[in-house]
Design a protein around this ligand. Structure first.
Ligand SMILES: NC(=O)c1ccc[n+]([C@@H]2O[C@H](COP(=O)([O-])OP(=O)(O)OC[C@H]3O[C@@H](n4cnc5c(N)ncnc54)[C@H](O)[C@@H]3O)[C@@H](O)[C@H]2O)c1
Length: 448
């Protein structure tokens, strides 16, 4: 399942040949090592606005070396620009004035974060200027290279104190494959946000349910949530029972063997969580299937209904389970529900009308519930791009090569990249992160 092309470009001959032919040169992405500092270098903070005075203190509290003067270091690992003070389009030039001289002074895999005011909270000229930030950050993400990432974080008025967990994620190697994203931090539950005892084990004492946990992305989600201190309850189908049990035993977790589409699955999950764990804090709907075929060839057959099966596993089951766990108050206060969508659900894909409908529906579930949730509970989704797993190993070679290369990082992501994003949503410091859909796609050229 490794990326042969990337391996080739890393060899001496491969580097020469691919450079000569003008082919993509995927950078080696830095990933987070357990126990390491969040940021291996200095972060320069600039701009003017609502957060400017707080940012250095916030980064200090995360153990991140932050300075406001570019004489403070020769090179920088991260740049954070507070753009909330930009109230007219003429002021957008301040972005250029800040960034242009610094872009040649960045370390490998640099992190850039621009902070803005949600456009729908701004008016007139300010709204225009704030909306413009999106084009700026998405373009810089495509330009920055060397494994760098660029994000826009819209912070609502009143949520300035709730940015810690998001900055910790976006400035660290945990967000290795997340770029060109727009994150919204709202006032939702923000009074408790930022209150994380131990940044190395933010999920200490929390219980996390992960569906499809026996392999692939789900297994990695279980591992990362366990690393962050959670007790993980893994769910998978009977055919995967022994793999599931092996993973969960290794993680000192618990497991539940069931098909999430079973009629009584929501009730069985709820009963198990309540009786064995007294409830649940994090629910990750990761289990998913593909049954690709063009719609013209998707008629019901003797082998079953490919359309119906995909909708049932990927969408109806997460919907039913979520509603039941909420209705029965099995989800604890400040809990976190996370859907796993896909960029196919945003951009569409040939042969995937069923899959893309199910994944767009997962985004719909986030939209539907984000405003109605109470008790500090949040719902968000990740939308992975091309992630190297058994699911994508089944993709034919040519499509797989295109899928891996057609993104700003010229490579596929790893399951851990999706898992780290989910761990950020699940953190008790993220109670103000609600209703987001963040793509983990290396800024794929497909879709928005
Ligand atoms: N791999 C990618 O590139 C990619 C991209 C976008 C989205 N995703 C999504 O990420 C999730 C995980 O994908 P993966 O690549 O790890 O897939 P995978 O096939 O390796 O793992 C999926 C897991 O879900 C389990 N599962 C399937 N149906 C189930 C059911 N009815 N009840 C309980 N468990 C069930 C499987 O047994 C398996 O363990 C899926 O939702 C997938 O759609 C993956």
């Amino acid at each position: 399942m490794s990326d042969l092309y990337q391996g080739f470009t890393a060899s001496a001959i491969g580097k020469q040949v691919t450079r000569l032919l003008g082919l993509p040169q995927p950078a080696r992405l830095e990933r987070y090592a357990e126990g390491a500092a969040l940021v291996d270098g200095t972060v320069l903070v600039g701009g003017r606005g609502r957060l400017a005075d707080e940012l250095v203190g916030i980064l200090d509290s995360l153990g991140v070396a932050a300075v406001t003067d570019d004489a403070g270091a020769d090179t920088f690992k991260g740049l954070v620009f507070d753009a909330t003070g930009l109230t007219s389009s003429a002021q957008l030039v301040e972005l250029r004035d800040f960034f242009t001289p610094l872009l040649r002074r960045l370390d490998s895999c640099p992190r850039v974060v621009v902070i803005g005011t949600p456009p729908d909270q701004a008016r007139d000229d300010e709204r225009v200027a704030q909306r413009a930030l999106e084009g700026f950050t998405r373009s810089l993400g495509k330009e920055i290279g060397r494994g760098g990432t660029v994000q826009l974080v819209y912070v609502a008025e009143g949520a300035e104190g709730a940015v810690h967990s998001t900055l910790a994620f976006l400035l660290s190697p945990k967000s290795a494959y997340v770029s060109g994203q727009v994150v919204r931090i709202g006032a939702h539950g923000s009074k408790d946000a930022g209150a994380v005892g131990d940044w190395l084990r933010p999920l200490e004492g929390r219980v996390a349910l992960v569906t499809g946990a026996s392999r692939g992305i789900g297994e990695q989600i279980a591992r990362v949530l366990h690393r962050d201190g959670a007790t993980v309850v893994g769910v998978d189908v009977p055919q995967a029972a022994s793999e599931l049990q092996a993973v969960m035993t290794e993680l000192d977790g618990d497991h539940l063997v069931l098909d999430i589409t079973a009629k009584d699955a929501p009730q069985r999950i709820a009963r198990h969580l309540r009786e064995k764990h007294g409830g649940v804090d994090v629910v990750v709907h990761n289990a998913g299937i593909t049954r690709d075929r063009k719609l013209a060839n998707m008629a019901r057959s003797e082998q079953g209904d490919r359309f119906e099966q995909v909708i049932a596993v990927n969408l109806t089951a997460p919907e039913r389970i979520t509603r039941h766990l909420l209705d029965e108050k099995v989800v604890n206060d400040n809990g976190s529900i996370v859907g796993v969508a896909s960029i196919a659900g945003i951009a569409g894909n040939v042969g995937q009308t069923n899959y893309a409908a199910s994944k767009a529906g997962v985004i719909g579930l986030v939209d539907a519930l984000a405003d109605e949730l109470d008790r500090g509970i949040t719902i968000n989704a990740v939308a992975p791009g091309f992630i190297i797993t058994q699911m994508t190993a089944a993709v034919p070679f040519a499509s797989r090569e295109v899928g891996q290369r057609l993104n700003a990082m010229a490579q596929g992501g790893l399951p851990v990249d999706v898992a780290e994003t989910i761990a950020w949503y699940a953190s008790p410091g993220s109670t103000a992160v609600n209703g987001n859909v963040v793509r983990v796609c290396g800024q794929m050229m497909l879709g928005a």
